[in-house]
Design a protein around this ligand. Structure first.
Ligand code: IPE
Ligand code: IPE
Ligand code: MG
Length: 248
């Protein structure tokens, strides 16, 4: 049986998050510069987005640039930003045809002006698409996001608009940049690294983590199917015992 037909369409995760990693190492295999890897990673983004939309996944979040990534060599950062602008421009029609809504999380205002403009225009243009939401994490880090949320909530409390006694988990979820988006049930990281690298720390409290050796530019639809089949084979206990889950 091929891998796609092993997927139970009634038990799809609603939200999948992806840490796209391994572009640099992929390029190195061919004796090329790191930027060559980033360019070849675009195809994997397209394939993953298409596969997720075709299956009926509602939210797909992709980690494209972390706040820590500013520490990379200047040429690499510049190339990544240029690639981002070009890719959004090139893919906008495909997003429209496939009814994919684009959103972004992160410190967007501190992206280069050109990126910010291209991004906000694409978000505006696709805002009524309802098949799937593609969320790009750009200039994102989970700690940055939590700091921002705490600032906002404490400001509200100080102004008398928020009673500290009413602070609960839902309120915090809503104050994050992912407010209104369900938590990811499945988190995929490529390239063999088994770490989170400051991604969605609050939201992945109960996500199933899936690590694959595949380098991001090699990631294709089948790799996504494999991750989903693996996810569906797991028992999600949420603190309960296995027996309890099987009682009903
Ligand atoms: C992921 O690939 C892309 C970004 C972080 C922007 P890397 O560029 O991190 O590739 P490796 O991990 O060095 O191979
Ligand atoms: C995580 O990858 C960030 C993105 C995928 C955008 P990194 O390659 O930056 O992570 P570390 O540095 O290996 O943890
Ligand atoms: Mg990396």
């Amino acid at each position: 049986m091929d891998i796609k037909s092993q997927i139970d369409l009634n038990k799809l995760p609603e939200h999948i998050a992806v840490i796209m990693d391994g572009n640099g190492r992929w390029a190195k295999q061919f004796g090329k510069v790191r930027i060559f890897g980033h360019k070849n990673g675009v195809k994997a983004v397209r394939e993953t987005t298409e596969a997720a939309a075709e299956l009926g996944i509602k939210y797909l979040t992709m980690y494209a640039f972390s706040t820590e990534n500013w520490g990379r060599p200047k040429e690499e950062v510049n190339a990544l930003m240029t690639l981002l602008v070009g890719t959004i421009r090139k893919e906008i029609n495909t997003l429209m045809e496939n009814k994919v809504r684009l959103q972004a999380i992160g410190d967007l205002k501190n992206l280069p002006a050109k990126c910010y403009k291209e991004l906000t225009e694409a978000i505006e243009k696709t805002k009524n698409n309802d098949r799937m939401t593609l969320i790009l994490a750009l200039n994102y880090s989970a700690r940055w996001e939590i700091v921002e949320a705490v600032k906002k909530l404490t400001t509200d409390a100080k102004a008398g608009k928020l009673d500290p006694a009413t602070v609960d988990s839902a309120l915090i979820s809503n104050a994050l940049s992912t407010g209104g988006i369900p938590d990811p049930e499945l988190l995929i990281r490529t390239s063999g690294e088994a770490r989170i690298s400051n991604f969605l720390l609050w939201q992945i409290a109960y996500a199933e983590l899936y690590f694959t050796e595949t380098l991001w530019p090699d990631f294709r639809k089948e790799h996504l199917y494999e991750a989903i089949v693996n996810f569906q084979g797991r028992e999600r206990r949420f603190g309960k015992t296995s027996d309890q889950l099987h009682q009903n």
